[in-house]
Write a new protein. Structure first.
Length: 444
């Protein structure tokens, strides 16, 4: 689930402090909407927020500020919708306020997400009643061509988010629920924690907690998901050396998954260390048996960072069978060489992504130079993600953390591009969190 907070239309005492506290509490997107105020006053407010949070702010009414302060994006309405074309060649987020599902269909390809309101009786506006009954919302969401772009607005509280999640909403905008009480930060945390999504990690146990299920769960918790852990192996290792591995049987792995599925919705799954391709296929089938629509990420750990090799030969036919069940695979370049026979982007797109309807995130951490470029290869195109290479700050388990972070951000409702971008930022902060090989996760 993704939560967006909209500011009050007026400025008030301690507002910048509260906004900063919301960001510190994990808020990923704030819509800065002020009515009848000057450009100068909006600038002063943005400048009162630490620069590191500017890329989480979406501006209303003053689009010229998006580049000046490197903001996350611009919000449009029916009066300004045509101006979106001025920003068509930029990477900023573009959103729109809709009061009918017809508007959303009209602009479905022009905006990244849509506020649809009011979905319930407004908290901040007296007499502003819900625009649809529950049955009407269900019908409209089912017919919507871009349901993943819907953001429910109007009367949102914990009970409403529970109900709307069941209808198909996964993104919510808060206004009155946050600002009409004495403690906005606690109100945000209550909704965020009440609706924390589950992420399942199927991976090995690392006693150093730098990699495997323990690192995955720590990552999930920091980002805002609830991490579930199924043990696939017990490793004998520390952060700098790997001695041995004791594999869990296929039966034990699958029984853990089935047991968890009895009480939790397994919608996002990350798979790491696994004994062999036959075990992987069996585990994938078990996951799909429990949750047919689950999104599955496979981080193909072939060799430990300490040098231990897990798999020297992978049957190509069985690999293609496994890929049928997977949505995203995250190999580094040596792993891609072994899995696909090379790292050529177009070859991977044509022979892997299109044939298996899968996305591949080709990680660039094993390269050289001042930057690290990860390449997302999808059936319909390619996107590069460039980050700083932190020389002298090696960390154990960064591949595990990256895939777990992607899974966590996807569970919060972010699309794949933004999930990867945020995950890379998370790993970057982990890498520089200290000078040892074990990263600290209290970094958001």
């Amino acid at each position: 689930m993704e939560i967006i907070v909209i500011t009050r239309p007026d400025f008030f005492e301690n507002e910048s402090y509260l906004v900063k506290s919301l960001f510190e509490a994990g808020l990923h997107c704030l819509h800065l909407r002020k009515k009848g105020v000057s450009l100068k006053s909006v600038c002063r407010f943005i400048e009162s927020i630490p620069d590191k949070y500017h890329n989480r702010i979406v501006i209303h009414d003053f689009p010229e500020l998006v580049n000046q302060y490197r903001l996350k994006g611009i919000h449009f309405n029916s009066e300004t919708a045509d101006r979106v074309r001025e920003f068509s060649n930029t990477n900023i987020t573009k959103s729109y306020s809709a009061h009918s599902f017809g508007e959303i269909e009209k602009y479905s390809n022009m905006f990244d997400y849509f506020f649809i309101s009011p979905v319930a009786n407004s908290i901040s506006k007296t007499g502003y009643s819900a625009g649809w009954t529950t049955d009407e919302l269900i019908e409209n969401v089912d017919r919507c061509s871009v349901p993943e772009k819907l953001v429910a607005l109007g009367g949102i509280n914990s009970e409403i988010t529970d109900r709307l999640t069941g209808i198909g909403f996964n993104r919510f905008a808060l206004l009155g629920t946050i600002w009409d009480i004495n403690n906005p930060v606690e109100a945000y945390r209550e909704i965020k924690e009440r609706n924390r999504p589950f992420v399942l990690s199927v991976a090995g146990y690392d006693p150093s907690a730098g990699a495997g299920v323990m690192a995955d769960v720590k990552t999930c918790e920091q980002i805002g998901a609830y991490g579930l852990a199924v043990n696939s192996a017990t490793t004998i290792q520390n952060e700098s050396s790997f001695e041995d591995v004791d594999w869990c049987s296929r039966s034990v792995i699958e029984r853990q998954i089935i047991c968890l599925a009895k009480t939790t919705d397994i919608n996002i799954v990350k798979i790491g260390l696994i004994q062999d391709i036959d075990t992987l296929i069996s585990v994938l089938k078990t996951i799909k048996d429990q949750s047919v629509n689950s999104y599955i990420i496979w981080d193909p750990i072939i060799k430990a960072s300490a040098g231990f090799t897990f798999h020297s030969d992978i049957n190509r036919d069985k690999l293609y069978e496994a890929l049928k069940y997977i949505d995203l695979i995250t190999p580094n370049r040596p792993e891609a060489e072994q899995l696909f026979g090379g790292c050529d982007v177009e070859d991977i797109r044509n022979n892997i992504c299109i044939d298996s309807n899968i996305s591949v995130l080709l990680k660039g951490g094993h390269g050289v130079g001042d930057t690290s470029v990860d390449i997302l290869i999808k059936p319909d195109g390619v996107k590069e993600f460039t980050g700083v290479r932190h020389k002298g700050f090696d960390k154990h388990g960064t591949g595990c953390v990256l895939s777990a972070a992607i899974a966590s951000y996807l569970s919060l409702g972010l699309d794949i591009n933004n999930a990867i971008l945020r995950a890379k930022q998370y790993v970057s902060k982990l890498i520089i969190s200290n000078s040892s090989l074990l990263g600290y996760h209290n970094i958001l």
